[in-house]
Design a protein around this ligand. Structure first.
Ligand code: CKP
Ligand code: MG
Length: 313
C-alpha cells in the first residue's frame, strides 16, 4: 500500500509551444497536469510509494491521463473511470508582464463528481500521509464533502494530513474560498501555503513568522510557508526559521509548489527534521521550474543528491 495518498483532479494540459494570446497560437503540446498528481509523481521520483484517488472520464483523454500517471509509478487502483462525464482539459497562455494565465474547461468534469463514497477507508488508513489541496473543495460540493471525509478517515487512522491551499480564483469567489479553506486548515497537520495565499487567508502581516505563528494557533503542527526564490519559513510549535532557497533558471513556474510539497513529505518520510525536509523541498522547487510542464523537471533522488552535494562544495 502507498506511503502517501493524494486526492484531486488531473486534467489534460494543452501547453502552447509559442507565447502570445491564444487566439494567435496554433501549436500545443499535450501534457497532463494536476497539483495532487504532481505531488504524487514528485514523491515517487524521490523513491517513495504514492497513490492517487480521483475520477476520470472513460474517454481518450481519461485513458491518456491514467496511462501517464501509471507510467510515472503512481498507484491508480482507486481511480474511477466514468462513462457519463468527460475528463477535464485546460490551456495555458504564455504572455509577458504577468499576463500569463490558464483557461479551464473542467466544469462538470468527471472529477467534479467525486463523492465521499468513492473513498476506500482501508486504502487511506494504510498510508502515512494524505496530501490534499484547496483546488478539490472548489470543484463542487460533493468534492468538498469528499475532502472532509478523507480528512476524517485520516484522523481516525493516525494518517497525517498535509494541505496546500492552492487558491484558484477562477474556481470560486474570495469570500467562499477564504471561509472553506480556513475551516479545512483547522483540520490539517501540515500546512504548505504560499506567502500570497497566507496574505489572502490571514490579512497582511509583517514577517513570515507572524503568518506561521497564526496558522499554528489555528491547528496545524507544522507550517511551511513558501517564499519563492528566498526559500521557505518553516515552523512547528517549538521552533521556526527561514531555510534558504536555491537559484535556478525559470522556464515555467507551475508545479514549483507541488515539487516543494513532494520534497518536504519525502524528507519527513525519511525521518529528517523539518528544516532538513525544507532544504529538500526548496531544492525540488528549484528543479521544477527549469522545464515547461508541471512535473517533468522534478528531481529523482539521484538528481537531488548530486545537486545538494554540488551546492555544499
Ligand atoms: O500551484 P502549482 O503551480 O504547483 O499548481 C499547478 C497545478 O492542478 C496545475 O497543474 C493545474 O492542473 C492545477 O494546479 C489546477 O487545477 O490549477
Ligand atoms: Mg501551488
Amino acid at each position: 500500500m502507498p506511503e502517501v495518498i493524494t486526492l484531486g483532479e488531473t486534467m489534460v494540459l494543452m501547453n502552447p509551444t509559442e507565447a502570445g494570446p491564444l487566439r494567435y497560437v496554433d501549436r500545443f503540446k499535450k501534457q497532463i497536469a494536476g497539483a495532487e498528481t504532481n505531488v504524487a509523481i514528485g514523491i515517487n521520483k524521490l523513491g517513495h510509494s504514492t497513490g492517487w484517488i480521483s475520477r476520470l472520464g472513460s474517454d481518450e483523454f481519461g485513458q491518456y491521463v491514467l496511462s501517464v500517471i501509471k507510467g510515472e509509478g503512481v498507484d491508480t487502483s482507486r481511480v474511477i473511470m466514468d462513462v457519463d462525464t468527460p475528463t477535464g482539459v485546460f490551456f495555458k497562455e504564455r504572455r509577458i508582464l504577468g499576463l500569463s494565465q490558464v483557461y479551464y474547461y473542467r466544469r462538470q468534469s468527471a472529477a467534479s463528481y467525486m463523492l465521499p463514497e468513492d473513498l476506500d477507508e482501508e486504502y487511506i488508513a494504510s498510508a502515512r500521509y494524505l496530501h490534499l489541496t484547496g483546488i478539490t473543495p472548489a470543484l463542487s460540493s460533493s468534492c468538498l464533502a469528499t475532502v472532509q471525509q478523507a480528512i476524517e478517515i485520516a484522523h481516525q487512522n493516525n494518517v497525517l494530513v498535509s494541505f496546500d491551499p492552492n487558491i484558484r480564483f477562477k474556481l470560486w469567489d474570495r469570500r467562499k474560498a477564504k471561509e472553506i479553506l480556513l475551516s479545512l486548515i483547522r483540520e490539517v497537520d501540515i500546512l504548505l501555503p504560499g506567502v500570497k495565499e497566507a496574505d489572502m487567508l490571514l490579512g497582511k502581516m509583517d514577517e513570515p513568522e507572524d503568518y506561521a505563528q497564526k496558522f499554528i494557533e489555528m491547528g496545524p503542527e507544522i507550517v511551511a510557508l513558501k517564499l519563492g526564490k528566498t526559500g521557505s519559513y518553516i515552523a512547528d510549535k517549538e521552533k521556526g526559521r527561514i531555510v534558504e532557497g536555491f537559484s535556478s533558471t525559470e522556464v515555467d513556474a507551475a508545479g514549483a509548489g507541488d515539487a516543494f510539497a513532494a520534497g518536504f513529505l519525502s524528507g519527513l518520510l525519511e525521518g529528517k527534521d523539518i528544516f532538513e525536509a525544507a532544504m529538500i523541498a526548496n531544492a525540488a522547487g528549484a528543479f521544477a521550474v527549469t522545464l515547461p510542464g508541471d512535473y517533468e523537471a522534478f528531481p529523482t533522488s539521484q538528481d537531488l543528491n548530486a545537486f545538494l552535494k554540488g551546492n555544499s562544495d
